[in-house]
Design a protein around this ligand. Structure first.
Ligand code: AMP
Ligand code: ZN
Length: 489
């Protein structure tokens, strides 16, 4: 296979992908903060990395994919200020913070499955790795890059900058960063205005707290990803991803923490997805313009004209490159729905195409173009354009305007299977409603057969039907109005 090139935020250019320890690829993606439902913008980032994960697997790499769950330490502001998001939500819903975490983690998994995202190999939580975060913080203090004030440990950005480039990832100069940060006042515990917390002293009202060498407290948001990526992928690993909004603070601080701890750049390729926007504004929880995936599927939201199926939404996302902004609109989704159906219809046709002695179509060329698109920084919109050229060929073969040999047809089927299903992660839509209708129809048919055999006094077959259904927890009861069924849990 031709080499894969990917865009590296760190070097701001496309680079040939050369894993540190091939064929193993270590990939870490910042996961959700589970204090509320994920919105479609979050999903865009996770779907993009799912596609990247799938392509790396398809290319023959063995990927150790780690995506964390942030379930502690994320305050309302990115700069260690404001309330704890989990505690605040727990207070509103009158439950334990860990009940909030559980509820939204389950909801997140459900949404990921609906979008057909593969689960990561490891899904570590911040609360499950407190000791690793404490150990890393201790080491950063020992290395001289952090200090303790009133039970809170701060990272010393100024000290770090004496030998390191703090703005390496965001490509910003220290002076600009300082100009854009508020000045410290007498009440601040930190020494420098860019300093950030590795460990935060818990105020009396803070519920989620752990003992540490610096007293009771909780980890800062950034240290969790440095500690967990190091634990599972090592001091240096291949790919670290997340949305572009994480570059300026979260990922910048991750780089600083890891370099301070291990004296080496932690990540070879930093990859960032661009934002999903609505009427040009970034979709976010705080802006109130974030629809939940379920609202999108049902159409139950003022901005939505109607509902759209998960695979149509996934296809819509694949039609834009992951590093370009993607603006949401009903029109764009309707167009994607048409495109998705056209693609699926063509794939269905593949099973019934007539075979000829010679091919008038060039399948090898189509295959080369598809791989070239994906090897050019996972360019799914160009891939889809080539696949639509292929759809035209399939339709022409079906209309006997073009011909295909058996060998080429096998290749063509493999090509669509690989790129549409395995790499882009699309699948035929079967909605829950369809499944319910199907179950209802099948049960009606089975009970009609049972009624028929009972009318012929064939009670052996009638009982056999009832017993077989019982094995799959379906209970049939005979009432004066006929047989009824229910599912037993
Ligand atoms: P959060 O739960 O807010 O920590 O975000 C989880 C992931 O979603 C992060 O990688 C964010 O960068 C990403 N994200 C947040 N908003 C958007 C958006 N509008 N479009 C794409 N990705 C986003
Ligand atoms: Zn992170």
């Amino acid at each position: 296979m031709e080499p894969l090139f990917l865009y590296n935020t760190l070097t701001r250019q496309k680079e040939k992908f050369q894993p540190l320890n091939p064929p193993l690829v270590g990939m870490y993606v910042c996961g959700p903060t589970v204090y509320s439902d994920v919105h479609l913008g979050n999903c865009r980032t996770f779907i993009s990395f799912d596609m990247i994960y799938r392509y790396l697997l398809h290319a023959g790499f063995k990927v150790r994919y780690v995506r964390n769950i942030t379930d502690a330490g994320h305050l309302e502001g990115d700069l260690d200020e404001g309330d704890d998001k989990f505690a605040k939500k727990a207070k509103i819903e009158q439950v334990e913070p860990m009940e909030i975490v559980q509820k939204y983690t389950l909801g997140f998994h459900e949404v990921m499955a609906l979008f057909n995202n593969l689960p990561p190999g490891i899904e570590p939580t911040a609360t499950g790795h407190i000791s690793e975060q404490i150990e890393m913080t201790k080491k950063i203090i020992v290395q001289g890059f952090a200090y303790v004030t009133n039970g809170t440990v701060y990272f010393d950005v100024e000290k770090y900058c004496t030998n390191n480039n703090y703005g390496i990832l965001s490509n910003r100069k220290l002076d600009d960063l300082l100009t854009n940060t508020r000045e410290l006042n007498g009440q601040d515990e930190k020494k420098g205005r860019l300093d950030f917390a590795l460990w935060i002293n818990a105020k009396p009202e803070h519920i989620m707290r752990w003992p540490s060498p610096w007293g009771w407290g909780f980890p800062g948001w950034h240290i969790e990803c440095s500690a967990m990526s190091m634990k599972y992928l090592g001091e240096q690993f291949d790919i670290h991803g997340g949305g572009m909004d994480l570059i300026a603070t979260h990922h910048t601080n991750e780089v600083a923490q890891s370099v301070a701890c291990n004296s080496t750049q932690p990540v070879k390729y930093w990859m960032h997805t661009n934002m999903l926007t609505v009427n040009g504004a970034r979709m976010s929880k705080s802006a109130g313009n974030g629809f939940l995936p379920k609202e999108l599927f049902t159409g139950n939201h003022p901005l939505l004209e109607r509902g759209y199926q998960p695979m149509v939404v996934r296809f819509f996302m694949m039609q834009t490159h992951y590093r370009s902004t993607l603006d949401f609109s009903n029109e764009a989704l309707k167009a994607s729905e048409k495109g998705f159906e056209r693609m699926m219809n063509a794939i269905r046709l593949l099973d019934n195409l007539k075979i000829s002695n010679s091919s008038s179509v060039n399948i090898a060329e189509l295959k080369t173009l598809c791989y070239a698109a994906m090897n050019d920084d996972f360019n799914t919109p160009v891939l889809i354009a080539h696949l639509f050229d292929g759809v035209r060929l399939i339709n022409s073969i079906n209309d006997s305007k073009e011909t295909i040999t058996e060998t080429d047809l096998v290749e063509l089927k493999k090509l669509y299977h690989n790129f549409v299903f395995s790499v882009m992660g699309l699948k035929e839509e079967t909605t829950a409603k369809n499944n319910d209708e199907l179950a209802e129809g099948l049960m009606n048919a089975i009970l009609a057969i049972r009624k028929e055999v009972r009318s012929k006094k064939d009670f052996t077959t009638s009982d056999l039907i009832r017993d077989e259904l019982k094995k799959i927890n379906i209970i049939v009861k005979d009432t004066k109005d006929g047989a009824v069924w229910e599912q037993e849990n």
